[in-house]
Design a protein around this ligand. Structure first.
Ligand code: 4AD
Ligand code: MG
Length: 478
């Protein structure tokens, strides 16, 4: 008896006429005869043909959508449309029933909103199983890329005592009971009596700790969860998301841009190769979805064309200053179509501006660099002009910012000066300053939001649909 998953069986012409056993879930059952069986190994179902004359009525009644079954039978060539192999079932056992009147995932189209409310079951649908298989392969590709290049995987802390990164609002971690936090003499919460003896939060980024590894091991990367308590209810923001943060000693901003571009191309090429069926399905899904949109909002390229486009073309590198010139003179700016008009140098770019540059102006991924110091983090290296820093953001079609990074300020005095100006306590970041005191060196890194990458790769429009259980304002179900 041959036991293989459906993905393997569908690729094994050589097993024709062999006896096989299969376990999986019923997707549909029609004419009291044909089960479309799926076991999660592939987007494709295998057709299993029941000999209904010799099968108990009581069993036939239990073959419902969602039920788990074990089957034995002979693998044969199929005459059915669009399928090459099927199983002629000789024995069927119902492992777990599924009540057809109650099971939420009916064989019909469900809205993504409905499926979010049933996130524990949505991965049983074609779309979500495809997205989650692609997500899994992408994670593996991330590790493979860095491991092949001698980067060290570092697990930076999730509970952090430093909140100086300034990347976003933080979630506090405490063991104080509500209303029972001890107070100091001046009426503030006395964190010295809390679990860690100080105020602690969930991390917004592993960067600062990753820098300590880069300054010892040369090349390091993190890939872990990060948390931001921003009240942003958008299709691109989560309160809990996964971030990949490489950090490299002796690498400047140009090297950082090269690394980001090469890395993104690698992981996308990897899934183009490894997830052919899932991407073909997601490509069709997106094409269908596009048809329901007004002409102007439809995409010119299919999902697969977009992925190949990214892999095959150079990202356009443009300074912030050039970008501001382009935006200032752009049609939407002149016609006051931007929600945030661009009037002068120094303005922070909003997603509408980023998307204009990528989707309308350059029509390719863009790396913007050398941003005004005032709108970027304290640790970015100051340029000789005294007003811009060696920052870079990678901007993607449909997504906007997918990567944020920089060359780090490696000069002790300049960094201290900057921290003073921003009122960042030197005592709190003494260890970070030590990296500039002992054996400092040029170094750079970036952070890539993993869900934004999965969004781009799968063509899903809402970031909540590319993470198993999304955490967003007012929502931490499951
Ligand atoms: O630009 P950000 O805030 O950069 C940092 O945190 C740096 N410490 C990274 C570094 O240099 N090591 O965030 C990096 C990326 C963004 O470009 C975006 O892709 C993603 O993280 N990101 C989010 N993704 C989902 N939901 C959110 N709320 C996100 N905020 C940032
Ligand atoms: Mg950023």
């Amino acid at each position: 008896m041959i036991q293989k998953n459906i993905a393997e069986l569908l690729n094994s012409e050589g097993l024709i006429l062999q006896e096989v056993t299969l376990k999986g879930w019923v997707r549909t059952f029609r004419s009291n005869r044909f089960i479309a069986l799926n076991d999660g190994s592939t987007i494709h179902n295998i057709q299993c043909v029941i000999d209904f004359e010799n099968t108990d009525e009581s069993i036939l009644k239990r073959i419902n959508t969602g039920a788990s079954v074990s089957l034995q039978g002979t693998l044969t060539e199929s005459n059915g449309k669009g399928q090459s192999l099927e199983v002629q079932v000789s024995k069927i056992e119902i492992l777990g029933d599924s009540n057809p009147d109650e099971y939420p995932i009916q064989p019909k189209k469900h809205s993504f909103e409905f499926l979010r409310e049933n996130a524990h079951l949505r991965v049983r649908t074609n779309t979500f199983s495809a997205v989650m298989r692609v997500r899994s392969k992408l994670s593996f590709a991330v590790h493979q890329y860095f491991q092949e290049r001698d980067f060290n995987y570092v697990n930076t802390p999730i509970v952090t005592g430093s909140d100086a990164e300034g990347a976003g609002e933080m979630f506090r971690v405490t063991t104080f009971k509500e209303n029972k936090a001890p107070l100091t003499e001046d009426g503030k919460i006395d964190f010295s009596k809390d679990f860690f003896g100080k105020e602690t939060n969930l991390t917004v980024s592993g960067q600062l700790e990753a820098e300590t590894f880069a300054m010892a091991l040369g090349k390091a990367y993190t890939f872990g969860p990060t948390f931001r308590a921003e009240n942003s209810n958008t299709t691109r923001h989560l309160a809990e998301f996964w971030m990949i943060e490489p950090e490299v000693a002796f690498m400047d901003l140009d090297g950082n841009m090269d690394l980001a571009e090469d890395f993104i191309k690698y992981v996308i090429s990897y899934v183009i190769e490894k997830c052919e069926d899932d991407l073909a399905f997601l490509d069709q899904r997106l094409t269908q979805e596009d048809k329901s949109k007004p002409q102007a909002e439809r995409s010119e390229l299919s999902l697969l064309e977009k992925l190949r486009f990214v892999v095959d073309n150079n990202f356009k590198r443009v300074s912030y200053t050039e970008a501001i010139d382009i935006l200032r003179n752009s049609k939407p700016n002149k016609k006051k179509k931007f929600k945030y008009p661009i009037n002068e140098w120094g303005a922070d770019l909003q997603s509408e501006h980023e998307r204009f540059l990528v989707e309308k102006h350059f029509k390719c991924p863009v790396i913007l660099f050398d941003y005004p110091a005032d709108i970027k983090a304290f640790y970015m290296r100051l340029n000789d002009d005294g007003k811009t820093v060696r920052a870079m953001d990678v901007l993607f079609p449909g997504i906007g910012e997918i990567v944020g990074g920089s060359q780090r300020e490696e000069r002790y005095d300049v960094l201290v000066e900057k921290m003073k100006a921003l009122d960042i306590d030197e005592k709190e970041l003494w260890w970070y300053l030590d990296l500039r005191k002992y054996g400092t060196a040029v170094h750079s890194g970036f952070g890539l939001g993993f869900e934004r990458l999965v969004q781009f790769t799968t063509g899903m429009s809402n970031i909540r649909d590319v993470i198993p259980f999304p955490r967003t304002p007012q929502n931490a179900d499951f």
